[in-house]
Design a protein around this ligand. Structure first.
Ligand code: UN1
Length: 502
């Protein structure tokens, strides 16, 4: 069976109509073989505007449904995802080139956020606040915000939508999703799964969730619309520099989840075996195409000669192959552009004095698919391509001597998503987590930079965009807060002791 046939039968079994993925003008490819697996009909700025109008109408009704009842819809979505886990996980593997366990893991993340959001639907708490005026009560209420626009990337083609959608739905908001043009099929499948939950749910308006297929101009229609109060966008820092100011100019709100240039620090007291395994997964897993992938590694000079040979061995022995037909740990890059970016970065690294191990193209599925051996690059210092994110499996390794200096180096890049320290020294660990430690949104101890769970807030600082998605109190970004003061007395005392007698 070709991948095209396999994708088609998965899509049909998941409930996607054939007309939605064939006969259109937008080709979609599988990075596994490079073959074209579908041609999709695309949206236009006009159909996007119509979708926004429909979503606005849905908002009028959905905001009035009690939050715990909205949670019931998300509970049903979790059930439908459990029932479709195998098929959707497989489709993720076909469309994003992930290993079966990573494809299934991504769907598990969707299920997890649904469970989280169901609980949250009874916990959208506001504070009660002491008022200075007698006979008054002050409190805050959280209200639904409006239409939420979700723009997502190819590398987590469905999980990121679910982080946003599960929260947006319990918060009382409709969602319009513009998936990456590199991963439209899993978006159609996710929408079909949500449609099944909606069919089992009594009391949801039409068009609570819509998908728009197309390129940047469709995302732009969402970004520029004053009727989309929140844009949640995942992608490159370059994309965020366009989206952020546009949304801000119309006083919209944005959650930006942009590039990462995540680092690990291996200290003298580290459990070296553990560090080695964590670094290997963090740097090579998902072929280096997670925004949380480990891209920089600082190793203390006293353990450098133990860690680096161990890493070289791991890099030389890791299996690169077709994720669908082999048990390879490293699958393909998404496309030629990604491969070209990797090659260019490795050339730059060499020019800056780096010693490159690995990094060559691997011939796995012929010319149209881009598989590479992950690259380990020993760098004399943090220069050249090391300060930028290259979305490919390149790990730059640098030696350090002084702990305070390595903290400076760690923070001396634009991105601020994820970070790790490997140490058993309490002082180093706590310093790394302190105000003068890692400046990232995620700071870990003795685990790698990737693999965040949905319970925590996900996102980062600086050029990563500052947004937070998923767990903790990330839900607040999807609601508007009203502060209410209620006078139940017969007097009208003014605040701050002001008098105004008429
Ligand atoms: C991403 O790469 O866009 O932390 C998100 C992780 C995943 C999410 C990554 N849970 O690796």
């Amino acid at each position: 069976m070709t991948l095209t046939t396999e994708a088609k039968s998965l899509l049909l079994s998941l409930g996607v109509a054939e007309a939605d993925f064939s006969g259109g003008t937008m080709p979609s490819y599988s990075p596994v073989t490079g073959e074209q697996i579908a041609t999709l009909p695309v949206d236009t700025p006009e159909t996007a505007a119509a979708a926004i109008e429909r979503a606005k109408a849905a908002f009028k009704d959905w905001r009035l449904v009690p939050a715990p009842k909205r949670g019931e819809l998300v509970r049903l979505l979790g059930e439908e995802l459990r029932a479709s886990k195998e098929a959707l996980g497989k489709l993720v593997s076909i469309e994003a080139g992930k290993s079966p366990s990573e494809g299934l893991g991504e769907v598990q993340e969707m299920i997890d956020i649904c469970d989280f959001a169901v609980g949250l639907s009874r916990q959208l708490y506001g504070l009660t606040i002491a008022t200075e005026r007698p006979g008054h009560r002050m409190m805050e209420t959280w209200h639904p915000l409006g239409v939420v626009g979700v723009i997502s990337a190819f590398n987590f083609p469905v999980a990121v939508w679910s982080w946003n959608t599960a929260l947006a739905l319990v918060c009382g908001n409709p969602v319009i999703w513009k998936p990456s043009e590199k991963s439209p099929l899993t978006a159609l499948a996710s929408q079909a799964i949500l449609n099944r939950a909606l069919a089992r749910f009594d009391g949801a308006p039409e068009n609570l969730s819509q998908v728009l297929i197309g390129t940047g101009e469709i995302g732009n229609a969402l970004v520029e619309s004053p009727d989309v109060p929140l844009i949640s966008a995942t992608g490159s820092t370059r994309m965020g520099r366009i989206v952020g100011p546009k949304v801000a100019a119309r006083f919209g709100r944005s959650i930006l989840e942009l590039g990462g240039n995540n680092a690990g620090i291996v200290c003298p007291s580290a459990d070296l075996d553990m560090a080695l395994r964590a670094v290997a997964f963090g740097a090579m897993g998902t072929a280096g195409q997670r925004c949380t992938t480990m891209r920089r590694l600082f190793v203390h000079e006293s353990v450098y000669d133990q860690i680096v040979p161990g890493l070289k061995k791991a890099y030389a022995s890791v299996t690169v192959g077709n994720p669908l037909t082999s048990s390879a740990l490293v699958g393909p890059l998404v496309d030629k552009l990604a491969f070209d970016g990797m090659e260019a970065a490795l050339e730059e690294a060499k020019a800056a004095g780096g010693v490159v191990h690995g990094g060559a193209r691997a011939d796995v599925e012929g010319d149209a698919a881009y598989y590479v051996h992950p690259a380990l690059v020993e760098m004399p210092s943090q220069t050249g391509p090391v300060t930028e994110e290259t979305f490919a499996p390149i790990l730059y390794v640098m030696k350090y001597t002084d702990f305070d200096e390595v903290l400076e180096q760690h923070n001396a890049v634009g991105a601020g998503l994820s970070s790790s320290i490997f140490t058993t020294d309490l002082r180093e660990m706590e310093t790394f987590l302190s105000a003068r430690g890692s400046d990232c949104g995620i700071a870990n101890v003795n685990i790698g930079t990737s693999g965040a769970e949905i319970g925590g807030a996900f996102g980062g600082e600086k050029e990563t965009g500052g947004g937070r998605e998923s767990g903790s109190d990330a839900w607040r970004a999807y609601m508007r807060r009203a502060t209410n003061t209620i006078n139940y007395s017969r007097e009208l005392p003014l605040a701050q002791g002001v008098t105004f007698d008429i």
